[in-house]
Design a protein around this ligand. Structure first.
Ligand SMILES: [Zn+2]
Length: 140
């Protein structure tokens, strides 16, 4: 942590380690500090006595279940609702999008056609790849 000014006597405060509760003296250049939700405050500055205590405050993020949490989040998503929202957006912004595409075609001739060709090729390859993988899975 950076210190603004090097001084002989820096203000020292007695604080408690957030992880182990040990009393520690802290100054402005105490390295084991971070913002954490604490009590009613969403972000509070908390202090730690050591590197390992600071690391321990992140433990819940590295419990190896991040992927499972993501999957659970995906399962909780209402896909039909999202699809409906996207459909609504495209119908309300159709004219705007059409104008934008037209403008782009006028400003950069050939670019839109090249992009379309690229995406067509990409989609084709993805479909082929997916077909290949499903064929592989059925065999293996
Ligand atoms: Zn500690």
């Amino acid at each position: 942590m950076s210190v603004r000014r090097q001084t002989a006597n820096r203000l020292t405060l007695l604080r408690y380690c957030e992880t182990c509760g040990k009393a520690i003296t802290t100054t402005a250049d105490t390295p084991f500090v971070r913002q954490m939700p604490k009590g009613v405050r969403r972000q509070a500055t908390v202090y730690f006595c050591s590197e390992s205590c600071k690391q321990a405050s992140y433990k819940h993020l590295f419990d190896g279940k991040a992927h499972e949490r993501r999957l659970q989040k995906d399962r909780n998503r209402d896909k039909e609702k999202e699809r409906e929202r996207h459909r609504e957006y495209y119908t309300t912004h159709a004219e705007e999008r059409r104008q934008k595409a037209k403008l782009r075609r006028q400003e950069t001739p050939g670019m839109a056609a090249a992009d379309s060709a690229y995406h067509r090729r990409k989609r084709k390859l993805l479909i082929e790849e997916a077909g290949y993988e499903s064929a592989n899975q059925s065999v293996g």
